[in-house]
Design a protein around this ligand. Structure first.
Ligand SMILES: [Zn+2]
Length: 193
């Protein structure tokens, strides 16, 4: 039971066989790109392959839903660091169809938490301490709107330089097809012929 031993066993042979050599690169993204994407398991290999990215090409930031929940949270901080210290020159927000964060129900998550042994008291204490759990755990209703919102949050951030293009896309989790929502060069939705 547990995946840890499988990982460690694989790792021993990976290192012994010098399998890392094909991945050698440095910390600066060769394509000058920072990508914010969803943590969905279907995108582990599909996302970089579908975008033509190999090791060393981009800074990849992942979370549930490719969301920026707070302008001063860790995602925004990662993007700021990528731009100023790690030579990221363009940003892509890539959400996806069939995302687990669409229409997610905070009450259901909290019900699952109580089933797993988190007491009602703990949840009440958090609420009484002013933590807005419902807002914190909520996802989005519409993936395109969510991407637009994340792009706007990045573009309008007071510490983000105005000359950084911020693109917004939605990827299909089976085919890898990318749908452009915001073209960061113009700041607008693409015009379809
Ligand atoms: Zn997702």
């Amino acid at each position: 039971m547990g995946v840890l031993n499988t990982i460690l066993e694989h790792n021993r042979s990976f290192v012994e066989n010098h399998e890392y050599e094909q991945f050698k690169t440095d910390k600066f993204p060769d394509k000058g790109l920072a990508v914010l994407a969803c943590m969905d398991a279907r995108l582990v290999e599909l996302l970089p392959k579908a975008m033509g990215l190999k090791n060393g090409d981009a800074k990849l930031i992942k979370n549930a839903g490719a969301l920026i929940t707070h302008p001063w949270g860790s995602v925004m901080r990662s993007l700021i660091v990528a731009v100023y210290e790690l030579r990221a020159e363009e940003i892509c927000v890539v959400a996806h169809r069939d995302c687990g964060m669409r229409a997610i129900d905070p009450n259901k998550i909290l019900a699952h938490a109580t089933e797993r042994g988190i007491s009602e008291d703990t949840i009440d204490t958090l609420r009484n301490a002013g933590i807005d759990l419902d807002n914190w755990l909520k996802g989005f209703d519409n993936v395109s709107d969510s991407v637009r919102h994340s792009v706007q949050t990045i573009r309008n951030h007071p510490l983000m330089p105005k000359d950084i293009p911020v693109h917004g896309m939605v990827i299909h989790p089976s085919t890898g097809r990318l749908e452009l929502i915001i073209d960061g060069y113009t700041g607008k939705a693409p015009v379809h012929a």
